[in-house]
Write a protein that binds this ligand. Sequence first.
Ligand code: ATP
Length: 219
Amino acid sequence: MIFEIDNVELYFSEKRILNGIYLKAETGKVTTLLGSNGSGKSCVLSIAFGTLIAKYSHIRLDSKPLLKPLYLTKAAAYLPQHNFTPNQAKVNTLFTLFNVSWRNFIKDYPEFKIYKNNTIKTLSGGERRVVEIYLILKKKAKIIFLDEPFNGVAPLYIEKIKALIIEEKKHKAIILTDHRYTEVIEIADTIYLIKNGCSKLIETLTELEDYKYLSQGSL
Ligand SMILES: Nc1ncnc2c1ncn2[C@@H]1O[C@H](COP(=O)(O)OP(=O)(O)OP(=O)(O)O)[C@@H](O)[C@H]1O
């Protein structure tokens, strides 16, 4: 599947946030969005998923215009920046609801076995994030949006999540944004930088310094 979004114009009150976005993601690839705080990365993901309505936006799936919000098609899953699981939901119930195998999860994350009958709010912030990322990545959806998946997650889990992303991209298009740029760069097949409301396709990493997303010599 090929997902494309372009002609995005987004305003909040009179303030123009986005005005020249083009982004293409496809099955087998991890497409990443970098940009400074407030540059509009989360807004792009929300517009793409259909939960934020822009003044203009144009989405195509396999070159065909999408005429309804993507989330209604069930083709996509979305990990927001903040917790999306209800506090009182039991961990094993969430796996049932998402149609994701608990057994496979605890094979890879055996330390979570003790939480099976706990409510999700009793896990630490990072543990809860790991469960949420896993549920979204494993969901039967063709397009996966991940907004800051590495935030608050310990290094060993970041490694596991990166491995899971690489595994899942074989049959999914994955679009992610995160400030951990070294992790992002490592798994990215395509990098876009959002600057001044526009997306720029990054072809050589030093452009990240040239566009002043990173300071000179960071790479
Ligand atoms: N509901 C809203 N009302 C008004 N302004 C908003 C709203 N949501 C976002 N914005 C503004 O839009 C801009 C882009 O926000 P967005 O959250 O997309 O940035 P971001 O690149 O994801 O930032 P960060 O890396 O800090 O998470 C910011 O200036 C923000 O203040």
